[in-house]
Design a protein around this ligand. Sequence first.
Ligand code: BGC
Length: 721
Amino acid sequence: MRRFIVALLVLFIGAQVTANDMDAKIEDILKQLTLDEKIAMTHAQSKFSSPGVPRLGIPEIWMSDGPHGVREEISWDSWSPAGWTNDSITAFPALTGLAATFNPGLASQYGAALGEEARYRKKDILLGPGVNIYRTPLNGRNFEYMGEDPFLASTMVVPYIKGIQQNGVSACLKHYALNNQEQWRGHINVEVSDRALHEIYLPAYKAAVTEAKVWSVMGAYNQFRGQHTTHHEHLINDILKGDWGFDGVLVSDWGSTHDTKEAALFGLDIEMGTGTDGLTTSSENAYDYYFLAKPFREMIQNGELDEDILDDKVRRILRLMLRTNMNPDRPLGRMNNLEHLEVARKVAGEGIVLLKNDRSFFPIDPDKKMTIAVIGENATRAMTPGGGSSALKPKNEISPLQGLQERFSKATILHSLGYTAGPSQYGRVIPSTMDADSLQKAAVKIAAKADIVLFFGGLNKNHGQDCEGGDRQDMTLDFGQDELLKKLIKANKNIGVILVSGNAVEMPWLSKVKGLIQAWYLGSEAGHAIADVISGDVNPSGKLPFSFPAKLSDNAAHSFGELSYPGDGKTQYYKEDILVGYRWHDTQDIKPLFAFGYGMSYTSFKLSSIKTDKKSHGAGEIINISCKVSNTGKIDGSEVIQIYVGKPKSNVKRAVKELKAFQKVHLARGKNASVELSIAVDDLAFYDESISGWNLEKGDYLIYVGTASNKIAKKVKINIK
Ligand code: BGC
């Protein structure tokens, strides 16, 4: 025991010494820097880098997008690709796909692998992950985020960040905060209650800062209560750097800085992307004219701003450097190795969600001789390019058609486009020149003669679909997909649909198809992972990280008219308040098409012996919940046990229930396991605006134990003293 205590003490003192060492080093460097050198460090010198101090051997900081792979090299001074030939990478599934795994262990592997690639590419900051909450199915960037639930996003983001940063590469948590739509993102002013802010929109950021200790955070484009979020007194100074003790660097989004004094005073540390032509003719947008460049220096020199403000920024930048590019011990990284592809394939396979499976339409036996008609542009369309800043240039991207051709080598596979979206460039969609009618006819023809039809549709990465810089116009499928599906169903009843998208879509044809799979943007291994699930090599275990409403007006944000979404061009009010996603569907009793947390398997599971350790708990205690999970089907598989908590009688508005714990369990067929989950009583508190803090109500609570927000096996009543 004594030896143990001594060991702990040594560890503790060791950690102290390291932190103190770092602070001492920072002070030592800071003393040697001139005003100009310090100013230079607080803003960009190129599209994706900020300068170091060559005189002292202090390196530049190099950044790159993005959340699901390291972006190709971009030109020094413009958005055009630099044209390198050695920057192709492994593309990992977009973050909705990762969230759908409900598997934090995989998030850790994902982060570690992606961090290795970033390190190999000599990046010091990787611009991701994004944890903006899925508020509306129209948001063009939902595919980059982790769904509608703050607990799910918090649980998944922490291991992802730790995985990245163990490589000596900083994750950059974005977009802080309330950037939940692309429409008018540069200026829209969000009005939301403090309660919704703290209960719904901030928890994942808080977890990333306080638990994962993220080293950098990116401010957002939009405003909150009349102030731009990239230099926001309350969000950054009070909450992020104050309450949460964030000691890292606040980086602006590209072009989200608007004012020197605000940027200086309200927490911005490195300004990026304000101007883009530092090397060309105009001086107005050159790097010296950034808000945190010459104008900042002038305000310090004429006494309007204190030099301490600058020093705080430089300390943070140096701290980030000592953790990354000035850390001599950081590993070297790896890229495009087999292990990374395996992680990408595993995450993709576990993230795919089986939503409908009449008479076991899936899996399809790969050893059977048959004719499969594969129809739809998304069977062959590359999904790693496009979508905005998260676009990737992978070494290889396996299309769904390719994956099926490899795995179903005994079958005859016919392929027809059926529809096409056409390309898009720079936010402009270029209409396809192909004749829609002929495409449909050709598809129907092969559908009629096939044994099985697999339709690959959904959205894509074009502007106006799942893409940065704009929202979708509505929730329906474009390019005549609904109409085409109607015709295909008429030609062949044996049809399954695979939706490739990062967003919910309306499905007027749902009752007429036998199977439905939700595949996300799955990266390099997309086609392999999809074939893994269709063939049954992988038993699906993904769960929806957001609700699929039956129609747009069933979604909370859209239930309050245009002032709620998209706003009047200046301001928007989050009128649904805390009732986002399933919280809204549950509370209003509006059945979603598919509920949050839902996803089927090729086997079946049963939950039994569900109980809590005690009937009554006090503040500071832990509620332990146990249950037995049995795999009652014929094949091995995984199930996600989900625990929600509600308070039927409350003095404040409450959602019927909220996710508070979950665990993925793998079980061989016929086997069972007992699962223990726990919830801290304090996590049942609501954010009380009257005290600007958390308030734990006493009384009875209901613990819901199930396998989806709409599949609850048992409710257990407990009391909080
Ligand atoms: C996006 C960020 C991205 C940055 C750099 C911005 O437009 O909002 O997410 O990291 O560009 O590409």
